[in-house]
Design a protein around this ligand. Structure first.
Ligand code: FAD
Length: 459
């Protein structure tokens, strides 16, 4: 970009919504991943779809790279502006446009943080289930197709987008989807944009599907002598259709951290956090009994159960903070978060491999998973600037991705491809990657939108 570009953009928006200040550029140079920061040249805060479209048209005509920005909480470098240019920070487009409670729908702007949406929805008895944990925006969640602890029961973000308004690189704004809960009409463009990481267009509004808040909750914390036993119990609970609201596996390293930070007093062994939702306590008690039977059959050491929302909140709020705790525990390190997902039968094998590879390498590592959907997170702490640590971490990452793909799984269950998973795209998608490239060229012929992401041969 040159000074003329900066000056032109300055005439398009008020001065308080455009910045080239060093600290602002730094704040938009890096997400929460270990990837190298790259400063954009300018940050712009649009307040409506027409401003988004105008900036896109300007950038497209001049081949200026442009990256959408929600909260910057990604874990794979997804919003890092690797080719500099413009960062479009959507955080001022954060309004709830309409709540149609009777139809279980909310119309929202992309910069709305999902926890704020759920807070506003409380009085309606409804909520938006995907819960990535960090203070993520709806636009960022749609772009990454984010999930969370409740995905095993409710699905991921892609299951909750009914309508989408997207500003394209050429400045066109297109609307897709309908208010109907089902449709067989034409190509499913919504699911093309969900998970596209801002490489096809910028979301300017969405209609989200909502569901009823469960009436009752129960939770259990179950310890096992080995990760294999815990993994097998997960498989059995899913096979018997217990349909947990959340089913999370934590290795002893995670449990120790939770004990240190939250004083939970848990036994530092492989541990399952289980949550059930349902219409009555009787129903939940029955489910807990069945879960206990399965865990007993798989040699569990302890099954600590509790009924009610406060018990469930105490445990799951701690679980939600785990990612932040790991970052805090290693101030001299960057954290690499491995995010493979496999079919449920392969889950015990992949989590066991993750733990043993980490122990062999001698790198501080924390294995925790959205176990019910076969999604492993292995967080490895590599010392900043320590080439040996990072070489070991990359080897572990490569081996686990290869293992996951050999089971028909994926390199990324929920964090997206970003920068770090690009090299696995050919192995995972084969010839269909060529068609993804053609789709990219159709929507963004000049390659201005979030360049350097998803495709292995991008700059
Ligand atoms: C502690 C911690 C825990 C996490 N746990 C989870 C988890 O359990 N599950 C999970 O899925 N993720 C998790 N994440 C990752 C992250 O929170 C999610 O990917 C989240 O959805 C990103 O949202 P964001 O608003 O921060 O988006 P950003 O990081 O700002 O952007 C994400 C992507 O979306 C694009 N983008 C942003 N807004 C738009 C828009 N309006 N239009 C088009 N493209 C746009 C960006 O260019 C980028 O490619 C975690 C992160 C942290 C730090």
């Amino acid at each position: 970009m040159n000074q003329t570009h900066i000056a032109d953009l300055g005439t398009m928006l008020p001065p308080d919504r455009i910045s080239t200040g060093e600290s602002v550029l730094d704040l938009h140079a890096k997400d929460q991943s270990h990837h190298t920061a790259v400063r954009p040249e300018i940050v712009i805060w649009p307040t409506d779809r027409f401003e988004v479209a105008a900036v896109l048209t300007y950038a497209n005509d001049r081949r200026i790279p442009l990256v959408g920005w929600g909260s910057g909480s990604s874990l794979e470098g997804n919003p890092i502006p690797v080719q500099k240019g413009i960062v479009l920070d959507l955080s001022k487009m954060n309004h709830i446009l309409d709540i149609k409670a009777a139809d279980f729908q909310a119309d929202v702007e992309p910069g709305l943080v999902y926890q704020d949406l759920n807070e506003k929805l409380k009085h309606t008895g409804l909520f938006f289930p995907p819960d990535p944990g960090a203070r993520a925006t709806v636009g960022g969640m749609i772009a990454n197709n984010s999930s969370g602890t409740r995905t095993v029961h409710y699905g991921s973000t892609k299951d909750y987008v009914l309508r989408l308004s997207v500003a394209l690189a050429n400045g066109d704004i297109i609307e897709m989807g309908s208010r109907s809960s089902k449709s067989s009409s034409g190509y499913d463009l919504i699911h093309l944009f969900v998970g596209s990481e801002g490489t096809l267009g910028i979301t300017v509004a969405a209609t989200l599907k909502l569901v009823g808040l469960p009436a009752e909750f129960s939770a259990a914390v179950v310890t096992f002598p080995s990760i294999q036993d815990a993994g097998k119990a997960v498989y059995e609970m899913m096979r018997f259709g217990l349909n947990p609201g959340a089913l999370e596996l934590l290795d002893p390293a995670c449990v120790r951290l939770l004990n240190e930070e939250k004083n939970l007093g848990l036994t530092p062994m492989p541990t399952l956090f289980i949550e059930f939702h349902g219409p009555s306590l009787t129903y939940l008690t029955e489910l807990l009994d069945m879960a206990k039977e399965i865990c007993d059959d798989n040699h569990c050491l302890d099954f600590d159960q509790g009924l009610g929302k406060s018990e469930r909140n105490r445990l799951f709020e701690a679980r939600h903070e785990l990612g932040e705790m790991i970052i805090r525990a290693h101030p001299d390190s960057h954290i690499r978060s491995i995010d493979v997902a496999v079919p449920i039968t392969a889950y015990p094998e992949i989590i066991t491999a993750a733990r043993s590879k980490t122990d062999q390498a001698g790198i501080p590592g924390y294995a925790f998973s959205h176990a019910g959907d076969g999604n492993l997170h292995l967080c490895l702490a590599g010392k900043k600037g320590n080439a040996q640590d990072w070489s070991l971490i990359e080897t572990i990452s490569k081996e686990l991705v290869t293992q996951a793909l050999s089971h028909g799984g994926t390199a990324t269950g929920e964090h997206g491809v970003g920068i770090g998973k690009r090299s696995y795209m050919t192995a995972e998608h084969g010839k269909s990657l060529e068609y993804m490239k053609r789709i990219k060229t159709l929507f963004d012929p000049n390659g201005i939108l979030n360049p350097g992401k998803i495709f292995p041969d991008g700059p």
